[in-house]
Design a protein. Sequence first.
Length: 216
Amino acid sequence: MTYKPKYKHVIWDWNGTLFNDVFLCADIMNNMLTRRNMPQISEEEYRRVFTFPVKDYYEKLGHKTDDENWEVISREFINEYENRKLDFELYPEARKILQTIKDAGLTQSILSAYSQKTLEEIVDYFNLSGYFIKLVGLNNIYAASKLDNGKKWMNELGFKNGEVLFVGDTLHDYEVALEIGADPVLFTKGHQAEEKLKECGASLIGCLDELQNILF
């Protein structure tokens, strides 16, 4: 039996949704904390405290985030991330669900707080470019809000409310989805813990395969 898709387009978050970099981000943070003689965190604790804007997350862990120091620690994090990112993989079922959506005739894109250049490079590295009609990243390294980019992209897409699904892994993704007029669904294995994601009442999936139940 063939099922008709409920949506016309799927917007994906990248980090923590398609790309499994949770351990990497927690490990880099622990390296930064160690160099400053500050307490380390577990991966579970990382997922409990991580938030947007990212500066708030740094402050929760005790980092000083005045303008000069924020520049330093942002670059410290991103430099190690860039050196190690290709040691990590996509989530299981990521390619499968991307192909399923493509085969169903839906278009897809990525809306990310990752910098535009590095987003394009890593998506190409994993040979995923053919799945997306556009990659929308930021023009800097500071992982600020992607809301403005999301609004612009939705205007370009021209779809109505209820025609676009936004798949992310954080409460910020939920907020962005609502602001831009997309239906949100959150992946519970990403950068924020499931108990935190439950606070917003969004649809949750624990495996990317489960997205089929929402799409069709």
